[in-house]
Ligand binder design. Structure first.
Ligand code: GLU
Length: 465
């Protein structure tokens, strides 16, 4: 595959949502697959709704998802002069003309067409008037008299639109600002974009943009329009069903790899494979096998995907990712090796980073602050249970070095030597160490806590709960 140049072109009027994120991932994959380029363009021409904080947030979400871009982001507001140079080119070649019709006049034309049951459109009355620039005049593209705009969409296949469906669109407004379609065509050309992959809410812009390329004598890129993501009820995706910003998923403790994998599969397939490493995605994603039908968001599958990556992520990386959640839970900033040990013990049991950080709590608070689950304490801190704890405190006090294997051997010896069963001894020990009947292997827990903390926990129930 020859090198592809793609771009992601968000409007900074809100945070990056999962639909936009999926488009960005597709563009990124297509570029990386072919060893091409992936650019970012900030479409900030809506001055009323665009905000720098949204641009910052979108860029932060992209970084978190691992979508690196080439070069510096391009900002449309800084390129007005460039767009107008292309408008001048259209005027010079006769592909565009000045129009003095007021918005009211254009609305009246549209209304008239509607009343006749026709498509509302500008009727081209300034086309042959040979007007020049003047206050209040816009510039319109002169469409061909007839014909069809044809393109082979990467997702939807062959599409044909009759020119008669379209009208002489404005390329430069009366206030001197280029229109959206004009800016996009100039940018995509100037940035060398070969493949435009975007949401299918833009599909009606595509024939207009193709006509602009043709009028400017520029090569037309390949287009692909990705269907929107629906809710589990196959209606428009609502906030309740996952129409959320990428940063919200991040705050919930989702792993970026899980969100990327899940979103890619929502609209693309490679056989029946569900789980992909990033390398596999880059290797397999060539812009084919994109599903033209809208896919429904499935929170349970995203959760499943996350559980997989919680298990698969290398421990040092997982520890790094959980650290901010541990801090946020008020559990301080444990050393990386301690976090890795905790991740090893708890990653199989937690659905996300936030829950996993919370599951570390019993092992990160001092013995005196450990919360007991009343039901477990009542059941296991009986006379016999406390006697086991007392005896084991003595045994572990002498256990050297205080490491997982020795602890296990000592515990097993205590059980065997006293003719006990493991299930008589383990529950009080577990409750004393964790505060409840859960957690990881007892010897690993004790090795993590160290001798002093372990003994403090075995002794605390003696004083009554
Ligand atoms: N700025 C547009 C959007 O956020 C993207 C248009 C495009 O990709 O051409 O929907």
């Amino acid at each position: 595959m020859t090198a592809v140049v793609t771009r992601f072109a968000p409007s900074p009027t809100g945070h990056l949502h999962i639909g936009g994120a999926r488009t960005a991932i597709f563009c990124w994959l297509l570029a990386r697959h072919s060893g091409g380029r992936f650019y970012l363009r900030i479409e900030d021409t809506d001055l009323l709704r665009s905000r720098q904080e949204y641009t910052d947030s979108i860029l932060a979400s992209m970084r978190w998802l691992g979508l690196d871009w080439d070069g510096e982001p391009v900002y449309q507001t800084q390129r007005t002069d460039l767009y107008n140079r292309y408008v001048d080119r259209l005027l010079q070649s006769g592909h565009a003309y000045w129009c003095s019709c007021t918005p009211e006049e254009v609305e009246a034309m549209r209304e008239e067409a509607r009343q006749k049951g026709l498509k509302p459109r500008y009727d081209g009355r300034c086309r042959e008037r040979g007007l020049g620039p003047a206050e209040g005049r816009c510039v319109r593209l002169r469409l061909p008299a007839s014909g069809k705009v044809l393109f082979d969409d990467m997702v939807k296949g062959k599409i044909a639109v009759d020119v008669a469906e379209l009208d002489d669109m404005v390329v430069r407004r009366a206030d001197g600002m280029p229109t959206y379609n004009m800016a996009v065509v100039v940018d995509d050309h100037e940035m060398g974009v070969t493949h435009v992959l975007r949401g299918d809410d833009h599909i009606s812009n595509t024939p207009r943009q193709i006509l602009l390329y043709e009028a400017l004598g520029l090569p037309v890129p390949r287009f692909g329009h990705v269907p929107m993501i629906l809710g589990p009820d196959r209606q428009k995706l609502s906030k309740r069903h996952g129409a959320r910003a990428v940063i919200e998923y991040r705050q919930d403790g989702l792993l970026p790899q899980a969100l990327v994998n899940y979103l890619v599969r929502l609209g693309w397939s490679h056989g029946n494979q569900e789980l992909f490493s990033q390398e596999e995605l880059v290797r397999y994603f060539d812009g084919t096998s994109l599903n033209p039908a809208a896919a429904a968001f499935d929170p349970a599958k995203l959760q499943w995907c996350n559980a997989h990556f919680m298990r698969e992520t290398p421990l040092p990386l997982l520890a790094e990712m959980v650290a901010p959640f541990v801090e946020e839970a008020g559990l301080g900033t444990p050393a990386p090796q301690r976090l890795e040990a905790l991740c090893r013990m708890f990653r199989e049991r937690a659905d996300n980073l936030r829950d996993m950080a919370e599951s570390f709590r019993p092992l990160l608070v001092p013995a005196a602050e450990l919360d007991y689950r009343q039901k477990d304490a009542d059941k296991h801190f009986t006379g016999a249970g406390k006697a086991h704890l007392r005896a084991l405190a003595g045994i572990f006090g002498a256990c050297a070095p205080f490491a997982a294997e020795n602890i296990e051997a000592a515990l097993n010896a205590y059980v065997a030597d006293n003719g006990l069963k493991f299930k008589e001894v383990a529950p009080p020990v577990r409750t004393a160490l964790m505060g409840y009947m859960g957690g990881s292997h007892l010897n690993e827990i004790m090795a993590f806590l160290g001798r002093e903390e372990t003994l403090a926990r075995l002794e605390r129930p003696q004083g009554g709960v």
